[in-house]
Design a protein around this ligand. Structure first.
Ligand code: PAF
Length: 297
């Protein structure tokens, strides 16, 4: 079984020891309820580092007052079993009191413009909660590499920006989305879906793929691409919270006629589960150059 650290001090000491031994350390931040999507992050971390720490912490700072903090799945024993199979050495599993001893702390890390768009419109404090806890995790573990899923594209873009702007000595790696056989992006929240809702949820990926096909056939009008994706969702009986095309790094809204790479992102409630998904359009290889800016710590 991986060694479980519940205090910041114990986690720090173990990570410092790993670094003294000259090992390359990767961190995979999670909120637990691990599925194949998380395990893909762990596998990538394993390939790129000699030691891997997974953090499991359901971070109250990133949940709004009406969100699912209390019912968010907590499955530690099962998570540890899965991580053992991937040879993970350390798990950081602090209590809320350990992370925020004085209650909701006044210090926040905010990447304002990027946090206000897309999901930020309906979850106005979510990304400051994410940026703040990721900052703490990076300071506690001091990994060489931290691995995040591309499903939360906005989160990944914000973390990359934060790490570049604040000169964190860490490489940030994004790992492609893992999907079920019908294309549904794996998420801990999928367990809220009833069987008929899973079928409806498959329309998310269908809508993204349909828009990408149009793009690949030469369509560059933003609104035509957005309408096409929206229609597929509506045909499945869903009314999306948003379907948007944005620049992959800045998250600025794409121009009316697309002239460079973009990410088509959407959020939609299926039953009581709020699902997000995205797909890249165009050549996003420039992203790796951006990532390289953050490497080498
Ligand atoms: O993506 C998640 O699971 C969370 O937002 C993260 C990055 C672990 C921060 O709590």
């Amino acid at each position: 079984m991986p060694e479980v650290f519940s205090t910041i001090e114990a986690m720090r000491q173990w990570a410092a020891c790993v670094r003294r031994q000259g090992e390359r350390l990767a961190l995979v931040p999670t909120m637990g309820a691990l599925h194949q999507g998380h395990l893909a992050l762990v596998a990538e971390a394993r390939r790129r580092a000699s030691r891997v720490v997974v953090s499991i912490f359901v971070n109250p700072l990133q949940f709004g007052p009406a969100e699912d903090l209390s019912r968010y799945p907590r499955t530690l024993a099962d998570d540890l079993d899965k991580l053992q199979q991937f040879g993970v050495e350390g798990v950081f599993h602090p209590t809320v009191k350990e992370m925020y001893p004085d209650g909701p702390q006044p210090t926040r890390v905010i990447v304002p413009a990027m946090s206000a768009v897309l999901c930020g419109r309906t979850r106005p404090t979510h990304f400051e909660g994410v940026a703040t806890v990721v900052t703490k995790l990076l300071h506690i573990v001091s990994p060489d590499l931290a691995v995040f899923g591309e499903k939360d594209w906005q989160q990944l873009a914000i973390i990359r920006r934060m790490v570049a702007d604040l000169s964190f000595p860490v490489e940030i790696l994004g790992v492609p989305i893992v999907r079920d056989e019908g294309g549904l992006a794996l998420s801990s929240r999928n367990r809220y879906l009833a069987a008929d809702e899973v079928e409806q949820a498959h329309s998310l990926y269908r809508s993204l793929v349909y828009a990408r096909r149009l793009y690949e056939a030469g369509e560059r009008h933003k609104w035509r691409l957005l309408d096409a994706a929206t229609q597929i969702l509506e045909q499945a009986g869903l009314s999306p919270e948003y379907v948007e095309l944005v620049h992959p790094e800045s998250l600025k809204s794409s121009p009316d006629i697309l002239d460079g790479p973009a990410v088509l992102a959407l959020a939609v409630y299926v039953g009581r589960a709020r699902l997000i998904d995205n797909i890249k359009l165009g050549n996003t290889s420039a992203l790796s150059a951006y990532t390289a800016l953050n490497e080498g710590g």
